[in-house]
Design a protein around this ligand. Structure first.
Ligand code: ATP
Length: 240
């Protein structure tokens, strides 16, 4: 893809106090791509996701979205630039119903396409329609993840950020969720940046992938290329 990337991360260093968590990260996501970042526990994947969202901010380097430097922008402004996040641990509103959670995702500014978007989410995850009047907190883990993704979609994001959508879910549910992401990308051209410990599924789904070790990107390539690499297989696939 020769066009300029939708999301561009350049030389990003992020610290927690004096401790460095990201050591000069470069990464691009182009329009229409699914890009995944894989890596072991504590590699810095969530930190990169959070840095893209502006909290914590990068100490050096830059994050650019659609040509705009968002490195020092407050999180709520970054979210307003049509980036939607489905955070690790799926922070849905447990006491609100499924429908109310989806309404929260849509925001309040432009409701002209609310019904249309709601129907799309219901088609993607029929269980959410069946349970639309049930409180979010009473859903299963997989259903809550579907709700978190559905809520993110309601804001019509140009970039969907997913932080470990498979975390703690049964294999069948993981398959379902990844199939839904693939379908959104295929039918709507949705651009997705996905952070995953579940390297096998993530690399199968993604057009391109990056591997993070100890705060640095050590490899990148197409999903298929990375799946075929011995280092990737040994570290992230076999026995995992
Ligand atoms: P996981 O999959 O376990 O979430 P990860 O790849 O997302 O791992 P991060 O959560 O980004 O990794 O953590 C990267 C490093 O930064 C780790 O060494 C972690 O201990 C450290 N870290 C994360 N959050 C904080 C924090 N709030 N304060 C201090 N150190 C932190």
């Amino acid at each position: 893809n020769a066009a300029s990337p939708l999301l561009s991360v350049r030389g990003v260093e992020t610290y927690y106090g004096n401790i460095i968590a990201l050591r000069g990260v470069d990464l691009d996501v182009h329009v229409g791509e699914i890009v995944t970042l894989i890596g072991a526990n504590g590699a810095g994947k969530s930190t990169l996701m959070m840095t893209i969202c502006g909290s914590p901010q990068a100490r050096t380097g830059s994050v650019t979205f659609d040509g705009t430097d968002i490195t020092r922008m407050p999180t709520h402004e970054i979210m307003r630039m049509a980036i939607a996040q489905s955070p690790e641990g799926r922070r849905i509103f447990p006491r609100m119903t499924v429908l109310e959670n989806l309404q929260m995702g849509a925001g309040v500014t432009d409701l002209s396409h609310f019904d249309e978007d709601l129907q799309k989410v219901y088609e993607l995850f029929p269980v959410l329609k069946a349970r639309r009047n049930q409180r979010g907190g009473t859903l299963s883990g997989g259903e809550q993840q579907m709700l978190a993704i559905g809520r993110a979609l309601m804001s019509r994001p140009r970039l969907l950020l997913l932080d470990e959508p498979s975390l703690g879910l049964a294999p069948l549910v993981v398959k379902q969720i990844f199939a839904a992401i693939a379908e959104l990308n295929r039918t709507e051209g949705l651009t997705v940046f996905l952070v995953e410990q579940n390297a096998f599924h993530a690399l199968k789904l993604a057009h391109r992938g990056y591997v993070m070790v100890n705060g640095s990107i050590t490899m990148n390539g197409t999903g298929a290329e990375l799946l075929a690499r011995e280092e990737v297989r040994a570290a992230y696939l076999e026995g995992g």
